[in-house]
Design a protein around this ligand. Sequence first.
Ligand SMILES: *Cc1c(COP(=O)(O)O)cnc(C)c1O
Length: 394
Amino acid sequence: MSHQYTFETSLLHNNYKIDPATGGVSVPIQHASTFHQTSTDHFGKYDYSRSLNPTREALEDIIAELEGGVRGFAFSSGMAAISTAFLLLSKGDHVVITEDVYGGTYRMVTQVLNRFGIEHTFVDMTDLEAVERAIRPNTALLYAETPSNPLLKVTDVHAISKIAKNHGAYTFVDNTFMTPLLQRPLDLGADIVLHSATKFLSGHSDTVAGLAVVKDEYLADRLYSLQNSFGAILGVQDAWLVMRGIKTLSVRMKQSQESAGRIADFLKKQPSIKNVFYPGLDSHPQFSLHAKQAGGPGAVLSFEFENPDLLPAFIHRVKLPIFAVSLGAVESILSYPAKMSHAAMPVEERKLRGISDGLLRLSVGLENADDLITDFQKALHGIEKQAVNGECVR
Ligand SMILES: *Cc1c(COP(=O)(O)O)cnc(C)c1O
């Protein structure tokens, strides 16, 4: 891909825009698991599809270019990408990890890696002194998610990468919420950027996929070996779906982001809503840090009911968003972190992290923002009236 183009144009005009064999304007889906070899001594570039497959390779190259890394890797899910990257660690290593990390990552660190002798410390990564204090002589990795899930806390990627480097540790950043359109962690000093491509990159709630992009050749060789050893590769149909999603990433994300800003402003004014968490609000504690390191606040926000008992009635009344786990799709998605993405976290841990029973997360899709706001307004007015009348809000 040529760097002469802007990001939006690069989403379409890359090395894979035309199939050299046929002129086809879509990357061919190569289903072959194995490839015929013509010599006993020299095998071709492709020999077996777990090791390398041309369709998956196209996606891996495309995401590597977009994130500004040397090499990309596609996995069967975001968790497969994250878990495989964790396999770069060894017994006796220690991980410093952001405290409101994705529930699946929390489970991997607390229930799997611990059995292999890999220790961890959760910290509030908005507090750089706390990050420094958590570092031990055996700290090998700082793991961040920014903005974090579900409270949209913002970590200074440049600062934590510097702390990591000073201690000889790596920095991994889960960039699912932002995508390279809005934030490029490798440019900010991170070593590996991770994605659930299930979300904004594919964008249509129709595929599960994960991606990793690595900054240098040494790490690329090691991660390649782990991808091939563990084998949690992305299938070719799904690789194709992610590539198709990436073509429209910019228009989808920008439209959803604009609507998210309007909805955040609306929610802020509602008496039954106690807090709105969105890095695009100037009341967000890391508003200026986020504006410095990212190109926009994204399309995910969270909001907290003053009275958590009203939440089920709101979910019942609201019509447009689907009520589901996941995010980053063409349709708006409301989720209930306490019972969904963070159900793997013990209740006390969850509450300590501020993920209360009154918290909802909204991923804004492509519906007209006026329709979404009207839908929310009706649902909120309905439950407020019920509450005033002392009716059972459920
Ligand atoms: C969904 C998600 C994951 C996990 O990805 P899967 O594709 O579901 O395995 C990891 N991190 C974040 C921030 C996510 O939203």
